[in-house]
Design a protein around this ligand. Structure first.
Ligand SMILES: Nc1ncnc2c1ncn2[C@@H]1O[C@H](COP(=O)(O)OP(=O)(O)O)[C@@H](O)[C@H]1O
Ligand SMILES: [Mg+2]
Length: 422
């Protein structure tokens, strides 16, 4: 079978590599891909958001399954472009993808079906939101309703900053924000966790838990990023907590979506806060997480095509996942200036081959390209160095030894990935 992977990050390189291991798969195309996917698959020059061209490509090239990595095409409704009978796509359809595409929609579903989440208030009018903020005690959590590429949420104790976030939320142009709505939420306290599961619309098949690192470095007010690393499993997740998340959050959400007529097929990703009152949903995502996937996939023993095809066919009930006993730590290497800029010099990256020869290590490319036969920087987050180990001590040792072999000017990375796992 031929597979088309949509996207260009570390998540898509990890998915591509894993999909290629399947005996079902003859060839993989990646649109648009990166330097890493170009080495193992066929990069296709179509942007991840160009839904109609992607569908035409899949049809013309007799692609058996299209796997959509990022949220933007899913929320733009790429599922609606595919004819499910003749053209298979892994990912939720346009309605179901609104669970990520509209934070207000997700809150509405959670409130309607009693799925644990924080309190929130919705505003369609600037002055009402500002009046509400002024009357409430800090800390403030302000969110725009639509997709914002990780830039739509502000958590702050500073009223001026919260007001500025409300102002930006109503400034139309900046976000894929179909409703022009702003949410002000209760600030939840606890620790964060990502739980992902396959869903066929009725049954779920959970993946192993993972945690990501959102801030650029360890300092308190360090900027938020797309994610600077991840690890899996999360030792703090007891079997009881794992069960509670499945029974009180993941299963009821899939059932709720089915009742709403929004059959949810694909990956459901719950961003959770583990509070004193138990797990509560911060948000849902409608796809694999990046960089969580880069710490989860190296641990997966099973053929990933099996659950993916079962999801598309609508019956996951017979599928089981087998996991390696090893743990995984995944370190992101970013360009200097990340995340403050969108322009990164196209510098040469050295040492990737040396680094990938270290036992247990896999390098997933994110912002890279091949120029004159050499890897060059093509984005803010450049590489993910994932390492398996018998414990987090060994995984970290291997990951950071690999990081030390990689060289380009001004590269930056966190040194504490998976340290909390020890
Ligand atoms: N209600 C909340 N209470 C406390 N922290 C929150 C809350 N909502 C969001 N956050 C923090 O902001 C981050 C981003 O929020 P999230 O809703 O996941 O938006 P997105 O991932 O779309 O940017 C979360 O990972 C969490 O750290
Ligand atoms: Mg989030």
């Amino acid at each position: 079978m031929r597979v088309l992977v949509v996207g260009s990050g570390g998540r898509e390189h990890a998915l591509t590599k894993k999909i290629l291991e399947s005996p079902e798969v003859s060839e993989v195309f990646v649109a648009p891909g990166n330097g890493g996917t170009r080495e193992i698959a066929h990069n296709v020059d179509i942007a991840a958001a160009d839904c109609s061209r992607l569908v035409r490509f899949a049809k013309r090239n007799r692609v058996g399954l299209t796997v959509v990595g990022p949220e933007v095409p899913l929320v733009l409704g790429i599922g609606g472009y595919f004819d499910y009978r003749s053209q298979k796509m892994f990912g939720p359809g346009p309605g179901a993808a609104m669970l990520e595409g509209s934070k207000n929609y997700a809150k509405t579903i959670m409130k309607r079906y009693g799925i644990p989440t924080g309190e929130s208030s919705l505003f369609a009018e600037y002055h009402h939101a500002i009046d509400f903020l002024k009357k409430m005690p800090p800390p403030y959590v302000v969110k725009v309703d639509g997709l914002a590429g990780g830039k739509g949420v502000v958590v702050t104790s500073d009223l001026k900053e919260a007001e500025a976030a409300v102002r930006r939320g109503f400034s139309k142009s900046e976000y894929i924000n179909p409703h022009d709505l702003v949410l002000i939420e209760e600030c939840l306290e606890g620790w964060e966790l990502s739980m992902l599961a396959f869903s066929d619309g009725r049954n779920i098949l959970p993946l192993v838990p993972a945690q990501d690192y959102k801030r650029l470095d360890t300092e308190k007010n360090s900027p938020n990023t797309g994610g600077m690393g991840s690890y899996s499993p999360v030792p703090k997740v007891t079997p009881e907590l794992y069960e509670e998340i499945i029974e009180s959050i993941l299963k009821p959400t899939i059932t709720a979506m089915a009742k709403e007529g929004m059959t949810y097929k694909g990956i459901i990703y719950a961003g959770l806060m583990i509070t004193e009152d138990g797990p509560k949903v911060i948000e849902f995502n409608c796809r694999f997480g990046d960089p969580e996937t880069q710490a989860i996939i190296p641990r997966l023993e099973s053929d990933i095509m099996e659950p993916m095809l079962a999801v598309v066919e609508g019956d996951l009930s017979g599928v089981k996942l087998k996991w390696k006993p090893e743990v995984c730590a995944s370190v992101v290497i970013a360009s200097g200036g990340y995340p403050g800029t969108d322009h990164y010099p196209e510098l040469e990256i050295q040492g990737i081959d040396d680094a990938s020869r270290i036992e247990g290590v896999t390098i997933y490319h994110a912002g890279t390209t091949i120029k004159d036969g050499e890897f060059h920087i093509a984005g803010g987050r450049v590489l993910n160095v994932s390492a398996l180990g018998k414990d987090f001590g060994e995984a970290r040792e291997r990951a950071y030894e690999a990081v030390s072999k990689i060289k380009f000017p001004d590269m930056c990375y966190r040194t504490d990935i998976a340290l909390t796992g020890i």
